[in-house]
Write a protein that binds this ligand. Structure first.
Ligand code: ADP
Ligand code: MG
Length: 242
């Protein structure tokens, strides 16, 4: 692909470890509440993080401390006020904070997966379709895409009778498993996980921990928010305090 904005080589910090694939540099984000007298909520004030392939970093801190905001910023869901979000995308460093929307889409399709806290569900679209969509968008044969998702659904103990139904009426834990299958169906080099196990029982939490461990062993770069100490202690290599 060609980028509309090519990062200049000198713009990428020179001191990054060779295996680094994600580097957030001094991110700032303040929310302005326009409907409440323009009240300002400073959430990120110069947060930096470098993560290498095969490493999982936990964002740790109390509720409301900015963990999800940081993660959404890493995915360029939120526009940051200042800072750079360097991502190694197909062997080129790109700054997501600067990337035009079309190129950002390409990075999200191929390089960064994101498990949001809540699954956005579209009425009438079956769970199988919801979870297969990223693979289909990448041009996978439908049968291969559906088989990959069926395997993940089975691993995650999602009852087969639900696969052809829209997740609209699913329980929190069922929606969460559809969301996890959707993100893990693609072999993304970078995965962002926002409380992926918060609504799961012990058995499925174990499945998710094994999925995460397998991806790490395969060199995936991970950033996660885990409310569960057991999960965090097992899958994360270090913490970024919030
Ligand atoms: P955490 O994930 O650590 O619980 P969040 O990042 O969700 O924290 O929220 C951090 C702070 O930013 C909170 O005070 C929250 O109210 C505020 N906030 C988060 N998202 C928005 C938003 N879209 N608009 C305004 N304020 C927000
Ligand atoms: Mg959060």
């Amino acid at each position: 692909m060609t980028y509309s904005v090519l990062p200049t080589p000198t713009a990428v910090p020179a001191a990054l470890p060779a295996a680094a694939s994600l580097h957030a540099a001094k991110l700032y984000k303040t929310f302005t509440l326009h409907h409440q007298g323009g009240a300002q909520i400073p959430v990120l004030q110069g947060v930096s993080l470098t993560v290498q392939a095969g490493e999982c970093v936990a964002l740790q801190g109390p509720s409301g401390s900015g963990k999800s905001t940081f993660m959404r910023s890493l995915y360029a869901n939120y526009r940051i006020d200042a800072g750079q979000i360097w991502v190694k995308h197909q062997n080129t460093w790109v700054d997501l904070a600067q990337l035009p929307p079309h190129d950002l889409l390409h990075v999200r399709q191929h390089t960064i997966g994101y498990v949001s806290q809540f699954l956005r569900v579209i009425p009438r679209v079956p769970a199988l379709e919801v979870a297969a969509e990223p693979l289909l968008d990448l041009g996978y044969e439908p049968e291969l895409a559906y088989d990959t998702v069926r395997n993940l659904f089975a691993q995650l103990h999602l009852p087969e009778r639900l696969w052809s139904l829209s997740p609209t009426t699913f329980s929190g834990g069922e929606k969460q498993r559809v969301n996890i299958a959707r993100a893990f169906a693609v072999n993304y080099p970078i995965l962002l996980l926002d409380e992926p196990t918060s609504a799961l029982d012990a058995e499925n939490r174990e499945v998710v921990m094994q999925l995460i461990e397998a991806r790490k062993a395969g060199g995936c770069t991970m950033v996660g928010i885990f409310h569960d100490d057991e999960v965090r202690d097992r899958v994360c290599d270090r913490r970024l305090p919030f």
